[in-house]
Design a protein around this ligand. Structure first.
Ligand SMILES: [Zn+2]
Ligand SMILES: [Zn+2]
Length: 338
């Protein structure tokens, strides 16, 4: 089968790989209908995450179940399924609290930029759709696997409520879908921080009411100006750098909520600053599995169209072009079709 392997900084290859097999009785094997490149894939691609050996890539996926292990009960051959980037049994105490991405049996998925994929803990990880979706719905269903689930968690963890004033820091696919999620949760004002024209346009289409192009102190000053000097009720930090985190904390009103879903790289928190801002901070790898059934329904009912974040579609064999386009910010997110 065809798979994707990162060999070193900016050295990503599509190559022949062994077909996955059932290893544990709780596994399923799926044939991939669509997969994609994640913003978080760019960290190792840029050589920012050190790595020692060639790494199979990809953790966002949907497709058809080809085979299941002997202990799999609810997932059946032939079903169209979507799963999260983190596997979960969906039964342990942590899962019961809704934090499936910290499941006691969690594994982080990789190898999904491929034609076939092994999914551990199939019954807990995968969610089937009723029947097979039409081709037009597949990008939006794929988006629920990570970017939409993560954007939704960003809005939920930042306590977005009807009438809230929301700031979204980061105009990648997750930030843009954080805008969509905040809109769906009834936010009244959604300020998207972006300098990129195509991304500003999509943010406005997803429900942003204001665009702020400044960053750092100027960005914070502009947010304060737009919120009568108060700061926002909810701030979604969707980048993961020191600059974006400190900008997020300072953009919230006293007692406001900041969520962080961008994988932190070199972020250090200032305890004194946190103390005096009265900010609630909540984040982590998004428990996408908690939201999957609801998000799949919203997509199937035509209420949301998160697949719009895919502005580049490539055959899987040309995956390297997808990484390059996202690295150079020529594409928001690249969809890969086996
Ligand atoms: Zn991802
Ligand atoms: Zn669990």
């Amino acid at each position: 089968m065809r798979g994707t392997v990162l060999y070193g900084p900016r050295d990503i290859r599509s190559e022949e790989r062994p077909e996955p097999k059932i290893i544990q009785p709780t596994d399923a094997i799926i044939s991939i209908a669509a997969t994609c490149v994640c913003g978080s894939d760019l960290w190792p691609y840029r050589g920012i995450n050190p790595f020692t050996e060639p790494t199979p890539m990809g953790h966002e996926y949907c497709g058809v179940v080809e085979d299941v292990g002997a202990a799999v009960k609810s997932i059946k051959r032939g079903q169209f399924v979507i799963g999260s980037f983190a596997t979960s049994d969906n039964t342990c105490a942590v899962c019961q609290h809704g934090y499936q991405s910290s499941c006691q049996q969690r594994e982080f998925m990789n190898s999904a930029q491929a034609t076939m994929l092994r999914v551990p803990l199939a019954d807990g990880t995968l969610v089937p759709t009723p029947g097979h979706p039409s081709a037009g719905l597949i990008p939006s269903l794929l988006a629920t696997s990570d970017v939409l689930g993560t954007g939704w968690f960003a809005a939920d963890a930042a306590n977005v409520k009807p009438g809230s004033t929301v700031v979204v820091v980061g105009d990648g696919a997750v930030g843009l879908l954080g805008v969509l999620s905040a809109k769906h949760m009834g936010a009244e004002r959604i300020i998207a921080m972006s300098r990129h024209e195509a991304r500003q346009k999509l943010a406005l289409e997803f429900g942003a009411t204001d665009i702020v192009t400044e960053r750092g102190d100027e960005g914070i000053a502009h947010i304060k100006e737009l919120t009568k000097g108060e700061g926002a009720d909810s701030v979604l930090e969707c980048v993961g750098t020191q600059e974006s985190m400190s900008q997020s904390i300072q953009s919230a009103r006293p007692g406001g909520f900041v969520s962080c879903v961008g994988v932190p790289h070199g972020v250090e928190l200032n305890g004194e600053q946190l103390f005096y801002t009265h900010v609630h901070l909540h984040g982590g790898p998004a428990p996408v599995r908690r939201y999957l059934p609801m998000l799949i329904d919203l997509v199937l009912n035509g209420e949301i169209n998160p697949g719009k974040v895919f502005d580049l579609t490539l055959p899987l064999a040309r995956v390297a072009e997808g990484y390059r386009a996202m690295d150079e910010r020529r594409a928001i997110k690249a969809l890969l079709v086996p």
